[in-house]
Design a protein around this ligand. Structure first.
Ligand code: DX5
Ligand code: ZN
Length: 218
């Protein structure tokens, strides 16, 4: 695998010490930041003011995962804040092509996410507009859930499509990624791995990142 990126999710970090928690994962490729609005998913996390503050102190790029309704309205501000990538949900966006273009113009990589039961086929033609495809491997909303193996065939189909497109689009998985499940996700073609509890649930998050990277590459 040429690309292999580990993006720890700060959803599993200590929210009262986020700056320090980011320092603990300085060997990561990016920090995955989950924005939840209590509408698209039944949970509420953080929003733009907190992200703007994190952006100033983070030792690694910020990878935004917006689990929100109306991303057409809210997502561009995260790109303008300097976040490296901004991923919005296909199920929530009204005009995904327009939105992806706006994100790129604002200097971010544009990502499109799909929930476990959302087919990927309707979005394959959008690949030229995207820098990342996120296949959710749990129902979005909470950390610490079990990896859904039922998503693996879709992941394989997405990997084929990404390859046929030239391999420029990163293929991310998010949810239930552990030292065990990362093997199956990597085999199916994922190259960017979000891990919350499997990183911050460990005593040494930096060592957990190295171990996940090594396992995925093996
Ligand atoms: C869930 C979030 C994930 C979450 C993953 O909706 O999108 O990023 O933090 O947590 P783990 O790795 O514990 O499943
Ligand atoms: Zn996420």
């Amino acid at each position: 695998m040429s690309r292999c990126a580990i993006h720890p999710s700060i959803l599993s970090a200590d929210f009262s010490h986020l700056a320090e928690e980011l320092q603990r994962i300085s060997n990561a490729d990016a920090a995955h930041v989950d924005v939840m609005d209590n509408h698209f998913v039944p949970n509420l996390t953080l929003g733009l003011p907190v992200v703007e503050s994190l952006q100033k102190v983070s030792p690694v790029p910020l990878d935004m995962h917006l689990m929100i309704e109306d991303p057409d309205r809210w997502a561009p501000a995260y790109a303008e804040a300097g976040c490296a990538s901004v991923t919005f949900h296909a199920e929530a966006a009204t005009a995904p092509i327009k939105l992806a273009r706006e994100l790129r113009v604002a200097g971010a990589r544009a990502g499109l996410a799909v929930r476990p039961a959302t087919p990927i086929e309707p979005y394959i033609d959008l690949l030229p507009e995207l820098d990342m495809l996120l296949i959710m491997t749990v129902e979005p909303g909470f950390g610490g859930q079990k990896f859904l193996d039922v998503t693996l065939p879709k992941l394989r189909r997405a990997a084929q499509a990404v390859k046929a497109h030239g391999g420029t689009v990163a293929l991310q998985v998010d949810g239930g990624v552990t030292e065990e499940t990362i093997v199956r996700a990597a085999e199916a073609g994922a190259d960017t791995f979000v891990a919350g509890s499997a990183v911050y649930g460990k005593e040494d998050p930096a060592a957990a990142i190295d171990a996940l990277r090594e396992t995925a590459r093996a």
